[in-house]
Write a new protein. Structure first.
Length: 458
């Protein structure tokens, strides 16, 4: 192609020079005109022959560069860790270089791709997304009712997430703490079932309220609310092996509704216990969502759960615990004006009806109520302010009530780390009604994320 351009440019210059040298005033005779036309025809014929030769050379180069040769060249460049314009020897690579011109060592390398860890680079495409999240917590202050450790690596969570095929994906979250290793969640999600159903199978957090579905590191505060600790199984909550089925429901205009039904084995921390194979627990949840404006939305939900009380083999199968909950979340996030400004207001109400034996071995049902209200405001890219109010009875002693308040300040060095401080005040009940102890504590937390971690429930 360079030769063709050069010949064309020289021809144009020749025509121009010829036109400039021709004397304008000299009269043109028929013989002179015929001689000039013959010269032009000879030049055109010569140019046509040169173009034909250049086209033949270009086609020969294209035929020599087969797809396999191009693939070998790409593998060679990838294995050499050099710039695409340089070979292993450091010599520039011409676009028209043929494989036969490569050194023997390079040709051998091109036929044997370099391996990493026993697998080719193409095999790495099948590996899942892997992440690690660290959660370090420290506590200082006074609390005689539920004291915490001064320093602890509260949790290190490893996440494995991948699409299995066009019909399913898998998620597994394994937590490593100072007390051992635990599979926090591990389930497969089937996304293409008939009738618009979505099914999850494995161990998963129950869709009961809002906080129960959120992992510890994704909470906007360091600890969990008193109501979840007292009534919904503590930090682990309703987290069990089971099956979950959800579906979008018909809804009025501008509303989004989703219904979820779940069946679990019946073992959830201090909340439920399965003494027989048929001692299953169930969870039902209905969620409603609506956009109030371009920047504001409202999220509402109601939940129900039922399982066998953890009273041991002799009594547990005949005693039940029923849980009811309602939640409301108001979000504000002006995307057009500032992506790092948002506000979230959330409240949850819980009611527990637990069957158990009284102090004199008489059947009774304890009815306990609990709630919390939290707010958080993202001031800018780095800082978030928050607060939470708690009040809750206790599942086994409804006449004992705990009250608390927390102020939270979070600093974001980046999207992959957080530093959080929280002041926590608690008016906590002791063994007898009317007997309380005040707790004043300061908590701090360091969070860090490595790898690709998927989004948590919205």
């Amino acid at each position: 192609m360079k030769k063709f351009v050069l010949v064309s440019a020289m021809s144009c210059l020749g025509f121009t020079a010829y036109a400039q040298q021709a004397p304008p005033a000299e009269p043109v005779t028929p013989l002179a005109q015929e001689t000039r036309m013959k010269a032009l025809e000879d030049q055109v014929r010569t140019l046509a022959e040169e173009v034909a030769v250049l086209r033949g050379e270009l086609n020969a180069v294209r035929d020599a560069k087969s797809p396999q040769s191009a693939s070998d060249a790409r593998v060679l460049l990838a294995s050499s860790h050099l710039d695409p314009g340089t070979l292993v020897t450091g010599a520039p690579v011409s676009p028209a270089s043929e494989p036969s011109q490569l050194p023997q060592t390079q040709a051998a390398a091109s036929t044997q791709p370099q391996t990493y860890g026993g697998a080719t680079s193409n095999a790495k495409l099948l590996n899942p997304d892997i992440s690690l999240i660290g959660d370090f917590i420290g506590t200082a202050g006074h609390n005689i009712v539920s004291p915490s450790r001064s320093l602890e690596l509260h949790e290190s969570e490893v996440g494995l997430q991948a699409i299995i095929d066009p019909y399913a994906r898998a998620d597994a979250f394994i937590s490593f703490g100072e007390t051992g290793v635990n599979v926090e969640e591990g389930y497969v999600t089937f996304t293409s079932l008939p009738a618009g159903l979505l099914m999850k199978v494995g161990k998963l957090r129950a869709d009961f309220g809002k906080v129960n579905t959120i992992h510890n590191h994704a909470l906007p505060y360091i600890d969990r609310p008193l109501a979840t600790n007292n009534l919904v199984g503590g930090e682990d909550g309703i987290d069990d092996a089971g099956i979950s089925i959800s579906r979008f429901l018909p809804a009025p205009k501008d509303w989004f509704f989703e219904g979820t039904a779940q069946v679990f084995r019946g073992d959830s921390s201090t909340l439920y216990a399965a003494n027989r194979r048929e001692d299953l627990s169930v969870v039902g949840h209905v969620r409603g969502y609506r956009d109030l404006s371009e920047s504001t939305n409202l999220d509402l939900g109601i939940s129900y759960s039922r399982g066998h009380s953890n009273l041991g083999t002799d009594l547990g199968s005949n005693f039940f615990t029923n849980l009811y909950a309602a939640d409301a979340t108001l979000r504000w996030k002006p995307l057009r004006r500032a992506i790092y400004k948002n506000f979230l207001l959330r409240t949850e109400l819980f009611w527990s009806a637990r069957d158990q034996l009284s102090a004199v071995n008489i059947f009774e049902t304890q009815h306990a109520f609990g709630m919390y209200t939290s707010a958080e405001y993202r001031v800018n890219r780095r800082w978030t302010l928050g607060g939470r109010f708690d009040r809750s009875g206790r599942a086994t002693s409804a006449n004992l009530t705990d009250t608390g308040f927390s102020g939270i300040l979070t600093y974001w060095p980046s999207e992959f780390s957080q530093i959080r401080g929280q002041y926590r005040f608690g008016h906590l009940a002791l063994g007898a009604p009317g007997d309380f102890s005040n707790a004043n504590e300061f908590l701090f937390q360091f969070l860090f994320v490595m790898g690709a971690h998927g989004a948590h429930p919205f």
